[in-house]
Write a protein that binds this ligand. Sequence first.
Ligand code: SF4
Length: 184
Amino acid sequence: MLLDQVDDFDIFRPKMDSTKETLHAIATFEADISPAFPYVNAELGGWDYDQTNQVLLLKLSDGKWITLHSQKIAIRGARDLEESHALLEWIKGQINEIYDRRDRITPRYVSQAGLKIMEILKLLPLTNCKLCGYATCMAYAAALREGEISLEACKPLWEGKYREKREKLQAYLQSYGWRALDEF
Ligand code: SF4
């Protein structure tokens, strides 16, 4: 097991957070979990992966973030103590489980942050029809990059005449490990 024991788990309200409605937490440990990062990035669709400094950022739904460092896990946006602990247990379990089966996973070194809104935009129908719920294709492209909406929400894109664009967009998103935000 790569990450067995967490030595310290500090949960606090950030002083600079004007909303004061969510908690931040930092878990520290002696184990080095960075060897798992390319596999966790591949399996969980990391938002940003900095190989030089060994930092992997995972974006969850409802404004929650988990940042993995070699010997530290930072959790931002938990509703309460219970959710802070649940998020830590969840990511610990994911790291260990994914690392255990790393031989069967293709590691990924790119991340979703590399996606460019303009590249997404030019593969959309560009009609600003609003069927997706956004006022413009540009707004939809920005939300799609963030994983806040699915490709299926752009209904015109699934029409036959946009097939080539859709397939290129699917391939482009996939090449950066795009995924919709998970509910936790
Ligand atoms: S449904 Fe598609 S084509 Fe219409 S505005 Fe949204 S992104 Fe653009």
